[in-house]
Design a binder for this molecule. Structure first.
Ligand code: ADP
Ligand code: NA
Length: 324
């Protein structure tokens, strides 16, 4: 039985990468653990967001969490900005961080590159993420591989605070899945599949209609060897499709490689697309029902209340340790 926390930003519809790398595990981990899942809207505003758009995305993400199988009887589901302790502990974590270590974060470097005016929130995103996790005395954080560095910082900040003041925080471990932790772009398979990719063919969104999913997978970049085998360096496109296929079908990569010996990429891609559609379609059907229901608001209100009850205890201990 572990205490688990994770979040997703409501910056657009979650991608197949978000689902296979993180959200799919959120569902599995519900059994036998105490899970808290968050819609991290305060992280989303580290870059400018259209108010109408983000409001819609928050609701869409809540419905998607439930459609994917998050059960409010088993887990807490809530919106970050509805529990003020996140911003409060976030400030304390900023005061625990050093500029140098924040400037070294690769996500900060990527997102601030080429910008004339860099929002300060881009730099202080990781201390807020640390606060999210530490508020719940979290033991395990299911995330994709891109969050490894932020997780290390979270552990450093928790240890630094505990050593300097009092043993307030549990030191959390990342849980990065062995397969799927890095689902890659379909068009440039050496970079991660991302919500914000300007090439719309590169990313599958979890609410994409069947015909778009098929089209995107059919036009995925591969190589001209015409052999289905797994090699992340030499064959990043095919290897990425194998990971996706494996996760969506429940068959191992080895079994798939054996099954597609002597077969062409066309047939392979058709079957990958079918597996992805088969995974996403039931989620999309449940989503369509949930998005219309007032049930959603009730679940989120209750989630915020339950999260607050836990978070306020940690914040109280933290402030007491600081003497404020
Ligand atoms: P994004 O990085 O898409 O903006 P978030 O920061 O909200 O989305 O990430 C939500 C979760 O999805 C995180 O745990 C992150 O590590 C994971 N994730 C994001 N992109 C991918 C990907 N391409 N492959 C695997 N996991 C991913
Ligand atoms: Na991310």
């Amino acid at each position: 039985m572990a205490k688990i926390f994770s979040g997703v930003q409501p910056t657009s519809i979650p991608t197949l990468g978000n689902y296979l790398g993180a959200m799919h595990n959120f569902v599995t981990l519900q059994e036998g653990n105490d899970c808290i899942y968050c819609i991290v809207d305060e992280h989303a505003i580290t870059v400018p967001q259209d108010p109408k758009e983000i409001q819609k995305n928050i609701r869409n993400l809540a419905a998607l969490y439930l459609a994917m199988g998050i059960d409010p009887k088993k887990s807490i589901l809530f919106i970050q900005s509805e529990v003020p302790c996140h911003a409060q502990l976030g400030w304390i974590m900023q005061c625990t961080s050093y500029m140098g270590e924040l400037e070294r974060m690769t996500q900060f470097k990527d997102k601030s590159k080429g910008k004339k005016a860099i929002p300060a929130g881009l730099l202080t995103y990781p201390p807020l993420m640390a606060a999210d996790i530490l508020l719940y005395q979290t033991e395990l954080v299911p995330v994709g591989a891109d969050q490894k560095q932020h997780m290390e910082l979270t552990r450093d900040l928790a240890e630094r605070f505990n050593n300097k003041y009092d043993d307030v925080f549990t030191i959390p471990e990342p849980y990065i899945p062995p397969v799927g932790a890095r689902i890659m772009s379909l068009q440039e398979p050496t970079k991660k599949m991302s919500k914000s990719d300007t090439n719309r063919k590169a990313t599958i969104f979890t609410l994409d209609p069947e015909k778009d999913i098929i089209k995107k997978i059919k036009s995925a970049i591969t190589d001209d060897e015409a052999v289905v085998r797994y090699d992340r360096d030499a064959k990043p496109g095919i290897s990425n499709l194998l990971d996706i296929f494996s996760l969506c079908s429940g068959r191992s990569v080895d079994a798939l490689v054996a099954a597609y010996q002597g077969k062409g990429y066309g047939e392979f891609k058709t079957d990958v697309a079918e597996a992805v559609v088969g995974t996403l379609k039931p989620i999309q059907e449940r989503y369509a029902q949930l998005i219309e229901s007032s049930e959603l608001d009730r679940i989120l209100d209750e989630g915020a209340e339950r999260a607050y009850a836990i978070a306020k205890e940690t914040l109280r201990k933290t402030e007491k340790a600081l003497g404020i």
